[in-house]
Design a protein around this ligand. Sequence first.
Ligand SMILES: C[S@@+](CC[C@H](N)C(=O)[O-])C[C@H]1O[C@@H](n2cnc3c(N)ncnc32)[C@H](O)[C@@H]1O
Length: 279
Amino acid sequence: MTIGEFNSKFRSDLTELYSKKEISSLFKIVLENTLSFDITKFYLKPDYLLNINELTKLNKFKDELKTGKPFQYIVGETKFHNYKFYVNNSVLIPRVETEGLVDWILSDNRESKTTAIDFCSGSGCIAVTVKIERKKWDIFALETSKKAIELAKLNSSRYSVNVNYIHADIFSWDVCGEFDIIISNPPYIAESQKKLMEPNVLNFEPKKSIFVSNDNPLIFYKRIFDISRLKLKAGGRIYFEINPKFKSRLISLSKKYQFSNYELKKDIFKRNRYIKFQK
Ligand SMILES: C[S@@+](CC[C@H](N)C(=O)[O-])C[C@H]1O[C@@H](n2cnc3c(N)ncnc32)[C@H](O)[C@@H]1O
């Protein structure tokens, strides 16, 4: 089979699951990751005859895509803020929206002695990126999934940075230390929003990373406000990624915890996605 013929088969096999544009970018990813072929080479040599080994690898990737598995899990890594992060099905795939949270933290806070904690750290994308960019900071990252912590440690090692991982459930964590900065992108999608979500998210990404109950969708934020009342230093800041749907409820809640000094920011899709509180 030539690579041009494989391209036609790839398109017809994935057409029910993805748009034309998505298939084109997936094709590019498949070529790069299985054959180290860039797309220009494909355009120059559509008659390139695939050997059996190459064809086997391409078909395996295509068959996994056909199940709806996100390509990041197939490749085993993704890009976040110009860095590559290992991912697997124990962690949420870092989202482009979350890069905006990291940008805000970095533009607000220069390099100087700072102690920060990232609650619900998953793959470590936030904590590791901040540590790469702010070498003098002491960074802690708390996460309940042991497998996620193992993966996050690989991500820290990949960039030779030291993040202090805490394996704990945020709700039973025996709070210790004091912090200048508290960061979190916790689970924030209400169960009732499930029906709006893509099947590849629902079927493949860990539910514990995503969903909160309809009755108490701000449960993680409440707990973090509780911790912040005790452990955030005066003048310290909290940076949250939020569900735009719960923006007003979160602001009302913050007042109860006496965190009334806040600033909102929109993500690249112009949705209210981040909020900062100052103590
Ligand atoms: C939305 S993901 C965010 C992951 C990562 N910070 C990011 O931005 O990609 C939320 C994370 O919270 C973790 N988590 C869920 N319940 C938790 C709990 N009770 N205590 C600590 N972490 C929890 C999940 O395992 C998941 O890794």
